[in-house]
Design a protein around this ligand. Structure first.
Ligand code: EPZ
Length: 434
């Protein structure tokens, strides 16, 4: 089985370029199937979630491919199917956007209930509430969601839960609906703004994305064009935390610093050095002293992102004092804590609250990623730990981080990806020759 082998202890130093946002790119790629004409999208991270979506779009009769590094071209003019089955859809959560996009384009859609990382129950009731408000009949049978509308007509939709997926899906379904749809209590994540900007560039009329009130005035059609995906806020945050965790000095570049404010403030509160530039943030250890414990509560944007919660809890594992991490978005996103404790962390979990008693250091061990961000967190734990850590279940990390270990290695990390059968003791030689 493939694994990542990390020899801890090396402070990360240098500059790292952040890729395009995975969660934005998946929304934009699906939105592009509503366009008759060619869309050229750049700054797309080459991660497995994107490959799966490209496969889905081609299966639906569209044409999508990477035509250069970071550049995907999509032409959905001939796309003729409104049905996406279980085999591919189950692999990624963002395939739920096919519901809104296909419904919007064809007035009907048949899409398998989506998969994705397992953080407990992942309902889609708010998506369905929105589709129904626009006039769609919704049936769920045999694991498929079936949507059909004679005609989509705008309405006001109030979301009972702030949901990224429902906000994007309703926005998509409303692009061609007659009249002006209003989404109230919408999610405000940067990638929602990015999907709205993409659609507007292609001829849609969406106002207010990034606030909790989004207005979508239906248009007749969308046309092709070019668009560039925003930098990945979560990848940036992961590298910022890794820099702090190894007591290094890293410039995290090609980012939008305002997207990082909740994390930058929390790191500064712990005693990490932070310097902001126009499109970069420098993260550095001011001295060799341990950081100070802190309390973190995840919230929808602009609050502290749930997608940085595992990485942050890992950093807090060696901070001085007791930290409380409260997960307010997902009901079960602490599955990785058992693995961190196997590396010497002292963390107890009760429901949505993790209590972290800081320990002076972690020690390397074999561990398994339980989801995408937990995988990144375990790599950070490996970089912090004394000795060698082996991380298994790399398919999760590959879903969302482009060239993760290459980027870490360029910052001085002792990290290598290996097949089964290698001995951990070979690492030092392997990393210097990799
Ligand atoms: C998006 O998932 C992200 N995925 C997730 O990132 C992220 O964790 C999440 O937003 C929260 O920020 C993508 O953008 C592809 P939600 P999504 O709908 O849209 C509840 C990563 O690591 N809810 O905002 O599926 C739900 O149960 C991934 O990159 C309902 O109750 O999340 C959860 O508690 C993992 N009913 C909360 O809302 C609904 O109909 C937020 O979910 C929908 C959601």
């Amino acid at each position: 089985m493939e694994k990542m082998v990390v020899l801890g202890g090396a402070p990360l130093t240098g500059r790292v370029e952040i890729s395009g946002a995975k969660n934005s790119a998946v929304g934009i790629l699906v939105a592009a199937i509503m366009v008759k004409g060619k869309c050229r999208i750049d700054n797309v991270p080459h991660v497995s979630d994107i490959d799966v979506l490209i496969e889905i779009i081609n299966n639906l009769g569209g044409k999508a491919a990477f035509v250069a590094p970071g550049v995907v071209e999509i032409d959905a003019t001939e796309l003729n199917s409104f049905e996406a089955g279980y085999e591919t859809v189950r692999k990624i959560r963002a395939s739920s956007y096919l519901m809104g996009a296909l419904l919007g384009r064809f007035g009907k859609a048949r899409v398998a209930l989506p998969g994705g990382c397992d953080f407990g129950v992942r309902p889609i009731d708010q998506h369905i509430k929105g589709f129904k408000a626009l006039g769609a009949e919704v049936t769920i049978e045999h694991g498929m969601v079936e949507l059909a509308a004679e005609k989509l007509v705008a309405d006001n939709v109030y979301l009972d839960v702030v949901s990224v997926g429902a906000t994007i899906n309703i926005m998509l379904a409303a692009v061609f609906a007659e009249g002006t749809t209003v989404i109230d209590s919408a999610a405000k994540e940067p990638h929602i703004v990015d999907v709205a900007n993409f659609l507007n560039c292609m001829g849609a009329n969406i106002r207010g994305a990034g606030t909790d009130l989004i207005r979508i005035k239906g248009v007749e059609e969308l046309h092709g064009g070019s668009f560039s995906v925003i930098p990945d806020q979560i990848e940036a945050g992961t590298f910022m935390i890794a820099a702090a965790a190894t007591h290094g000095d890293v410039i995290v570049s090609n980012i939008i610093p305002e997207h990082m404010e909740s994390l930058s403030a929390k790191l500064a509160e712990m005693g990490v050095g932070i310097e902001e530039y126009d499109e970069a943030i420098r993260v550095y250890a001011k001295d060799g002293e341990p950081y100070v414990a802190a309390n973190v509560k995840t919230q929808p944007h602009p609050g502290f992102p749930t997608d940085l919660q595992p990485q942050m809890a890992t950093l807090l594992a060696t901070a001085k004092g007791t930290s409380i991490v409260t997960e307010n978005v997902w009901d079960n996103r602490f599955k990785y804590i058992g693995e961190l404790n196997r590396m010497g962390a002292n963390i107890s979990v009760e429901g949505r609250i993790a209590t972290i008693e800081g320990t002076p250091y972690l020690t390397g061990a074999p561990v398994s990623a339980t989801d995408l961000r937990a995988g990144a967190a375990l790599v950070i734990a490996g970089l912090m730990a004394h000795g060698v850590t082996e991380i298994y279940n790399l398919k999760y990390i590959d879903r969302g981080y482009e060239g993760f270990e290459d980027k870490l290695r360029s910052l001085g990390a002792q990290i290598a990806r290996r097949g089964s059968g290698r001995r951990a003791e070979d690492l030092e030689e392997e990393t210097t020759t990799a």
